[in-house]
Each structure stands twice: as structure tokens, then as C-alpha cells.
Design a protein around this ligand. Sequence first.
Ligand SMILES: [Zn+2]
Length: 206
Amino acid sequence: MDPINKLIELFSEFPGIGPRQAKRFVYYLLRHNNGYLNEISENISNLKKEIGTCSICFQYFQRKNTNQKLCSICSDSHRDESQLMIVSHDVDLEHIEKSGVYKGTYFVLGGVVPILAPKPEERIRSRELLALIKNRTEKNILKEIILAMNVTPEGENTEQYLTQNLTPIATQNSVKISHLGRGISTGTEIEYSDKETLKNALQNRK
Ligand SMILES: [Zn+2]
């Protein structure tokens, strides 16, 4: 396959990008000089070298060295470990973090559970989440799990799935499970919520 068609094929696999847009990307690249193209390919090949996944919350973060295992939030002793907010994607964490309304810790699921999806446990980091919750309940530091999914059918289904799966361990250890979305209107995506909305949602969580 020639490079044009190969790139069209590769770009078409990006989320939300179809073959027509992919083709536009390729012609956009062709119009640029080598310096620009080298900058893009260099950054792509460094992406996995410089960006790591936090071994506690699983968000992506820029490593200062290859030995660094924890992101800046998980290595910050001032964060309140009694609160664990569960989000679907990195963008949600980033957005809530930027609003500055939350001082607890996070866990990134890395996906959602669509309605009637087979093997829901494989859609998200279920095992890793349970391991983290176990670890914190054994140390007796966890008081509340805050489910912070988008107020969309998929997000609500994910919350339902998590509630079902986490209720036994939560009840056993007197950990409260609350929902951020109950303070946000239907159809709202966390990524696009403003600071006031998030602040109110956090204050009114149930
Ligand atoms: Zn982390």
C-alpha cells in the first residue's frame, strides 16, 4: 500500500474520524515541509517513552524518569485518600482537576460499560479498581467512593454496574458510594461542565 492510502487507513481508526477526514489530514501533511512532519513523527515516537501510566490511579502522566511510577496527584501527601473519585477517562480527571473543586484521589476506568455489553468487566479496569479499593479498606483509610461518570445512558449504565459490584465491599467497610451526576442535568458530559456546575454537583452529591 502506498503511504497516502496507508496513512488514510491509520487516521480512519482515530476516534470520530472517518475516511474523508483522514484523507484531508494526509493532504494537509503533504502541504507542509519536512521540519513539521519530523516534529510530528518525533513526538509520536516519544509519546510512549515519556508518558507513563500511574500505577495507582491509571491516568497518563509525563515521567521525569523511567522509574517514576506515580502521577503528581497520587504522590501528593496532601490529597485526601479517604475520597476516591472514579472517572471514565483521563479528560474527565483533567477537567475536574483544573476546576480545583476536589482534593481527594482518583481512579481512571479507561472506558465505559455500554448497555447490554457482553463481558462488562473487560471494558473497564475492574480488577485494578477492586484491588485499589481493597488496599485502602484494609488500611482503613477509605470513607467514600464518588462515581463521576457522564450523565449519558452509557455513563449511567457504568455507574449501575460499579454500584452493583462495589456495594458488597463498601457495605462491609462502611464506605459510602455517592454519585456526582445526581447534581448535574441529564446529557451532561463532565468534560464540558463549567467550574460552578462541578462545584455544585460535588456539594450536592448523593
Ligand atoms: Zn495517579
